[in-house]
Design a binder for this molecule. Sequence first.
Ligand code: MN3
Length: 205
Amino acid sequence: MFTQYKLPYAYDAMEPYIDALTMETHHGKHHATYTANLNAAAEKAGVLDMDIETLLGSLEDVPKEHRTAIRNNGGGFYNHNLYFATMAPDGARAPEGRLAEKIDATFGSFEAMKEELTKLALGQFGSGWAWLSADKSGDLTLSNSLNQDNPISLGTGTVPIMCIDVWEHAYYLKYKNLRADYVKALFEVIDWKAVEANYNRVIAG
Ligand code: MN3
């Protein structure tokens, strides 16, 4: 059974950057539906007791008739868990420690990394995501992907530690077609303490 991430903050906690109605619809409808559909498909496929990262990393082992449903809804479940868990109204607005050092070493600076990730978010045609991911050795990569795919389901050998949802449902109510304004605003509510915790978990294996 896959359990949807429960928000530790109110729907309006990200105002004015992410509006309350978007948060409520996004978490209460979209994410809830991905979770329900994943559980239904996973039950049929006999994978209800699997860890979600293991499941997404071994989609080829899922019975073919259930694979697309697991890929899309499992991705939707996992991606949104990460998305909502890495924002906070009072979070750290910049990384520290080993993650900060690695970002500087890899991308030049935190600002340069954000710029690069923003380009990937804006350059993702249609619905999808942009990712900051890490592998076990601590190396960082930036990428984007279509629909609900992610670096795990795409078999990259990396695990996402921070993400940007660029489906229109993530921003359309407030920002309409202005994806760039939404991405800029999202960075104002990212909790880099949570991202750092994800990074340390990936390194620890
Ligand atoms: Mn979404």
